[in-house]
Ligand binder design. Structure first.
Ligand code: NAD
Ligand code: AKB
Length: 321
């Protein structure tokens, strides 16, 4: 049976996607790879793991050939805030990386998952009930690479028959690995700080409304899309998916219902605020519902309840060591 290769596997999504794929398809079939060198002693727990720089085409070819890879989940990328701080590097990692993945997929006939983002939209996009097909003129380098990436996936599907599938993911909230330099990182940090310090200084304004999703829903969306009947997929660039449309103040209120003394102050970072202000407030994900049955399980209350419980357990376990 063909293997599954995950690039960028040590990031926020990969740290949970790899175990989810291993549970579903078998541990030996899922090859985790990342640019990062593993800390000593952790290699056995993550095996099979390999160092892989997605900007080096020959490394991708070698991994796909060696492990007889049939599916690639291409997660390696720079996120919005990190990309804005290093636009040239962001273009190289996000675009050359995806191009190399698509080329190796063309040569070996692999299926490809590409995570696009709410960042693929821009200030001229309708911000409420953002349609599946609409204006995409982002003004960030992250957004530029996501739109170009969507188009490239579409092109490889129609021109070469490559089975590309993608999601426009909203901000993801999770407790396993820290987020990696995005604009929506505040939503994760707020939960951590609530549990540890009962206070948080938020870098976005209190009323900044954005789409969000809890990680278990994001993992389900990726796996369900990749298993969906190809004949039903009308969009090969990326599907809008969302679970909730919330502001920092609303997340703080949900936390306060469980940690009553939680205090939040707002110290706005103009760079990340400008990025957030150019993104949708709420996406219309009806195409994903219609084409492959997408439905989220976690709303704000269910997510907050689970996040706080998991973080309290994590903190208690860390205190014991
Ligand atoms: P992350 O920053 O947490 O992880 C990315 C990983 O890629 C890191 O482990 C990093 O070491 C690795 N990487 C960087 N350069 C690399 C290279 N040249 N070769 C191989 N690996 C490299 O990101 P994430 O949150 O896990 O996001 C994964 C994907 O999902 C990205 O494409 C991101 O744009 C997309 N996405 C994420 C979110 C979110 O909220 N987390 C939302 C929308 C879309
Ligand atoms: C970011 O904020 O950059 C990511 C995303 C929504 O793409 N979390």
């Amino acid at each position: 049976m063909a293997s599954i290769l995950v690039t960028g596997a040590l990031g926020q999504i990969g740290s949970e996607l790899v175990p989810a794929l291993r549970d579903r398809y078998g541990a030996d079939r899922v090859i985790a790879t990342d640019l990062k060198v593993l800390p000593p002693g952790s290699a056995a727990a993550l095996a099979p793991y390999g160092h892989l720089d997605c900007t080096e085409a020959h490394q991708l070819h070698e991994a796909v050939r060696r492990y007889a890879v049939g599916t690639i989940y291409h997660l390696a990328a720079l996120l919005s805030a990190s990309a804005e701080a290093a636009p040239q590097l962001a273009w190289s990692v996000n675009m050359s990386g995806l191009y190399n993945v698509l080329e190796v997929a063309r040569e070996y006939g692999c299926q490809v998952f590409f995570p696009s983002s709410i960042g693929a939209f821009g200030p001229s996009t309708p911000r409420d009930a953002t349609p599946q097909v609409t204006i995409q003129r982002p003004n960030t380098i992250y957004g530029v690479t996501k739109v170009a990436g969507e188009l490239l996936c579409d092109y490889y599907a129609s021109r070469f028959g490559i089975d590309t599938r993608g999601l426009r993911l909203p901000g993801l909230v999770s407790y396993v690995a820290a987020p990696g330099g995005g604009t929506t990182d505040y939503a994760v940090e707020m939960h951590y700080h609530a549990v540890r310090y009962a206070s948080y200084s938020c870098f976005l304004a209190a009323d900044t409304r954005l789409d969000m999703m809890y990680m278990p829903d994001a993992l389900a969306a990726m796996i369900e899309l990749m298993e969906a009947d190809p004949a039903r997929l009308n969009h090969r660039n990326a599907y809008n998916v969302t679970a909730m449309s919330v502001t920092p103040a609303e997340i703080a209120d949900a936390i306060r219902r469980r940690i009553p003394g939680f205090a939040v102050e707002y110290d706005v970072d103009p760079v990340r605020q400008a990025i957030a202000d150019s993104w949708p407030r709420s996406m219309d994900d009806s195409a994903a519902h219609a084409d492959w049955g997408w439905a989220p399980r976690y709303d704000l209350e269910a997510m907050t309840e689970d996040m706080l419980r998991r973080l309290e357990d994590k903190l208690a376990a860390a205190r014991k060591h």
